[in-house]
Ligand binder design. Structure first.
Ligand code: 1PR
Length: 593
């Protein structure tokens, strides 16, 4: 058994503990002749090339895949995808489980440094190195790719497994790109990568702030690269060892095919790998499901008209546009790039008592393989018995149930107000805590602003813009007042001030609604979207008001929005998602088809 260490082991101690492992009984399996395709352990700077690759095809007769889940976050999505493909999962409990695996998937989640700490302390780092050096079937995902490199700059430098030459660094936002890199990119497939055979020029889903870059030293490993600001490594392949920076489990059907090809090596290829295709980050089209209980107590998808979700009839019922799980499944099939669930009465309900919402996530994530966001009620609270719950516990439950991102509304407004007032980051807000633990790419802030017209830019202490369409009394200016509790209460902060503050506090993305435009079908509030998407460096999702495919191209042509979200037109089946995508493509806007 390898001694546990309090902190990440230095590179040299990793080497010496590896030697211990090699002589332990559990490691006697398949460790006899490590190949030389990896960095030399004695001299990590020197790279040795293999005389011959020993490619050992994995057994396809059994349907068990070993999963290395070191407990740092949600790996439900990959579990769901593997089950969907007919595989059962064996979880790694000990380093020996790694060495005994027939095929191993390592879905790295969380941050580099804590991941390496866990791997070193548990002896998994050693077992992983041995397993990979022996050319055993391996697929690393996202952080599971990055950890194979020598080191990372994420809260570092921090040493990695050191199997591939290179340093993992942060995207350079000064190059004018938004960080995190969230969304769908096509790949430049550079060599026979086998698992990418069905990808061709189709897009796959990325979500990360750090990346490894191609160099002469690691070029033998690279199977594809991707452009985002600069060229970065999107996948590696050497013999049976694969790793991808993107998330196959979140990349729709094409992502499932990547997993399937790893699980079933030697399937015939269906697409010719594309070489050197330039690609930009695709604009995303997101379907949003506002969810709440109706008066009979059933959880339904509803839709507001400027946030009023009740029918204008005598019964005044909550509008019912369908069942959340069914609609989400439909939108996945229709080509939605992401699906958002907003629990619109979460601000007044007990979120962890809201088990139907958790069930919705659990069921949806079994069959929907694009990113899922859930919002509503993410805050600290005390239940009727006096027990305190932290927002982190609420978020954790959502992540465990299948959410990839959580969205915070009201609580982010209060946190931003405090921050603007004091200039101090307390670290205690839900936004700060959740982004610290799960990464800022997992935290969306949903803004619900209402337009307030003014006559003069100095009329209010908030960012005022000259509006394209003057107000009812000819006002030429407006500010956008943030609200909480589903638009019920206006707060003393503008959307601009809020967006800047939440970016500072750790938000990875902004969902920018507009109460005035919600459900009107007259187009997005271009003035607002432009204001916010020009003011922050994180991706902005334009929301509220879509009525035609032309509204989507308009928002992408006139603003720097990264994604556009709609609800009503999709729920009422007025415009199919594919029609939006085809229109965008015709207009020369890159989308995932
Ligand atoms: O404050 O953290 O509990 O979060 C509550 C969440 O619920 C927030 O994200 C807030 O935006 C949302 N919400 C609260 N009340 C309503 C409501 O409609 N009464 N829905 C509501 C917000 C707005 C959009 C909508 C677009 C597109 N929904 O998400 O889907 O406006 O609609 P359209 O395409 O039909 O125009 P917390």
């Amino acid at each position: 058994m390898i001694a546990m260490e309090a902190t990440a082991a230095p590179f040299s101690s990793v080497i010496s503990s590896r030697q211990n492992l090699s002589s332990s009984p559990s490691s006697s399996i398949r460790v006899s002749s490590p190949t030389s395709l990896f960095l030399s352990r004695k001299n990590p700077g020197k790279f040795k090339y293999p005389r011959s690759l020993s490619v050992r095809a994995s057994s396809t007769s059994d349907s068990v895949v070993t999963l290395l889940d070191y407990g740092a976050g949600n790996v439900r999505s990959i579990r769901n995808a593997l089950r969907h493909l007919g595989f059962t999962i064996k979880d790694v409990q000990t380093p020996g489980d790694i060495l005994n695996a027939d095929r191993l998937i390592f879905p790295g989640v969380g941050a580099f440094s804590p991941a390496m700490d866990v791997l070193n302390k548990t002896g998994m780092a050693e077992a992983l190195c041995t397993y990979i050096e022996n050319d055993r079937p391996f697929l690393g995902i996202c952080l599971g790719l990055q950890l194979l490199f020598e080191s990372s700059e994420e809260n570092g430098p921090v040493k990695g497994l050191g199997l591939i030459p290179g340093i993992v660094g942060r995207f350079d936002s000064s190059a004018g790109i938004r960080v995190p890199h969230i969304g769908w990119n096509a790949l430049q497939v550079g060599k026979d990568s086998e698992i990418l055979d069905d990808v061709g020029n189709r897009h796959v889903y990325f979500v990360h702030s750090y990346r490894a870059i191609p160099s002469n030293e690691n070029k033998e490993w690279i199977s594809s690269t991707c452009n985002y600001g600069d060229s970065f490594i999107s996948s590696i392949r050497r013999g049976n060892v694969h790793a991808v920076q993107f998330h196959p489990e979140k990349s729709g059907e094409v992502g499932l095919s990547v997993l399937n090809r790893f699980l079933h090596p030697n399937l015939p290829a269906t697409q010719k790998p594309m070489e050197g295709k330039a690609s930009k980050l695709a604009k995303r089209v997101i379907a949003c499901l506002d969810v709440r209980s109706n008066d009979k107590g059933d959880l339904v998808v509803t839709k507001g008209d400027q946030y009023d979700v009740r029918e204008q009839s005598n019964e005044n019922e909550v509008r019912n546009l369908g069942k959340p799980v069914d609609l989400a499944g439909q939108y996945y099939k229709d080509g939605a790039d992401e699906i958002s669930f907003l629990n619109i009465t979460g601000f007044r309900d007990f979120p962890l008592g809201d088990l139907p919402m958790i069930q919705v996530l659990r069921h949806t994530s079994k069959n929907v393989f694009v990113p899922l966001t859930v919002g509503g009620g993410i805050r600290d609270f005390t239940d009727a018995s006096g027990r305190d719950y932290s927002s982190l516990e609420v978020a954790a439950e959502y992540f465990r149930s299948g959410a990839d991102k959580i969205s915070i509304g009201s609580d982010a407004v209060y946190a931003a107000e405090e921050f603007v007032k004091s200039g101090v980051k307390t670290g205690k807000s839900s936004l700060e805590q959740i982004s610290r633990v799960y990464g800022n790419q997992a935290v969306v802030v949903s803004i619900d602003p209402r337009r307030v017209y003014v006559n003069h830019p100095d009329d209010v202490p908030y960012k005022v813009i000259r509006v394209t369409n003057p107000g009812p009394n000819g006002e030429e200016y407006a500010w956008y007042q943030c609200t909480v509790s589903g638009g019920r209460e206006g707060r003393p902060i503008g959307a601009y001030e809020l967006a800047k503050a939440v970016e500072e506090l750790g938000a990875g993305e902004i969902l920018l609604n507009c109460i005035d435009c919600d459900g009107q079908g007259k187009g997005f509030d271009i003035d607002l979207v432009k204001l916010i998407s020009d003011s922050v460096g994180i991706p902005v999702i334009a929301s509220s008001g879509a009525g035609t495919p032309g509204h989507f191209s308009e928002v992408f042509e006139k603003t720097n929005a990264s994604a556009a979200l709609a609800a009503g037109i999709f729920h009422r089946k007025e415009v199919p998602i594919q029609a939006v995508k085809e229109h965008l493509q015709e207009e020369g806007i890159e989308v995932r088809i």
